[in-house]
Design a protein around this ligand. Structure first.
Ligand code: PMP
Length: 288
């Protein structure tokens, strides 16, 4: 069924949802976005996603055409118009149409797009068996370049790393920062477990501050598990007991092999499974 897309203030048919070839989102990846889940008809962690969107926009000096309340209403209308009960929302703000020059201030009106659709997830069995991944040679953006905390439309850095993963017949790759510490995966945050303690790289290591990451840290602490934000090396990943990734689409997924080294006993570990269950309960429960 054709979708209804929110484009610049109204819902339009998918076939009519078109943007200018002069939009700097297209010409330069100039813009920001969010990926948000809908669980049981409720938009998941909308406040946190909107906060991150407006913060990303602020860093790149992009004016979002709507305030928060208007945006919440537009998102809800789009979800309803498409009958999405369990699905995924893609919220995109581009710089808008300008000229062929880089100057963003020539683009008079930023462009706001909301797509609400079903979601293509990793196969369920991958959560049971765990995922194999590799280290990417592509270094995560330097913090003095476009900061990794900004969820910008320019994902080329991550895409190049993703190609490295796919060339190795695995779905994900770990990206390291310019100092060699673990930053994140191409579209997910990184966690390991060693001797019962959970470790994750600090955001300053070059990660997007994942909404799922923050929830998982909170849920783990509620379970009286110790969570430490600390720089991690490639070696830390090779010798950990458990390894998992978190993200809006992936939720919590166990890693069982990295660069040919088996993690733990080669299956998702007990803490990974527990946090996956806790996350599921949280996403589908009444606490949101
Ligand atoms: N890192 C990157 C680079 C991402 O694109 C994402 C989102 N897919 C994440 C981490 C996870 O963030 P979130 O939990 O907010 O989806």
């Amino acid at each position: 069924m054709a979708l209804k897309i929110w484009l610049d203030g109204k819902l339009v048919d998918e076939a009519d949802a078109k943007v200018s070839v002069f939009d700097h989102g297209l010409l330069y990846g100039d813009g920001v976005f969010e990926g948000i889940r809908v669980y049981d008809g409720r938009v998941f962690e909308l406040e946190a996603h909107l906060r991150r969107l407006y913060q990303s926009a602020k860093v790149i000096r992009l004016e979002v055409a709507m305030d928060k309340d208007q945006l919440v209403s537009a998102i809800k209308q789009t979800v309803e118009a498409n009958g999405i009960v369990n699905g995924y929302i893609r919220l995109v703000v581009t710089r808008g149409a300008g000229t062929l020059g880089l100057n963003p201030f020539i683009c008079k009106n930023s462009c706001l797009i909301i797509i609400a659709d079903k979601i293509q997830l990793y196969p369920e069995e991958l959560y049971e068996t765990g995922m194999r991944i590799v280290s990417a040679t592509t270094v995560r953006n330097h913090p003095l370049a476009i900061p990794p905390q900004v969820k910008s439309l320019n994902y080329l850095n991550n895409i190049i790393a993703k190609i490295e993963a796919l060339d190795n017949n695995v779905p994900e790759a770990i990206m390291y920062n310019h100092e060699g510490y673990v930053a994140e995966a191409t579209g997910d945050n990184v966690f390991i477990v060693r001797d019962g303690v959970i470790y994750t790289p600090p955001v300053e290591a070059g990660a997007l501050e994942g909404i799922t990451r923050n929830i998982v840290i909170r849920l783990a602490r509620e379970q009286n598990l110790e969570v430490v934000e600390k720089n991690l090396t490639r070696c830390d990943l090779y010798i950990c007991d458990e390894f998992f990734l978190t993200g809006t689409a992936a939720e919590v997924i166990g890693i069982v092999e990295i660069d040919g080294r088996t993690v733990g006993d080669g299956r998702p570990g007990p803490i990974t499974k527990r946090l996956r269950e806790k996350f599921f309960e949280y996403a589908h429960g009444d606490r949101r």
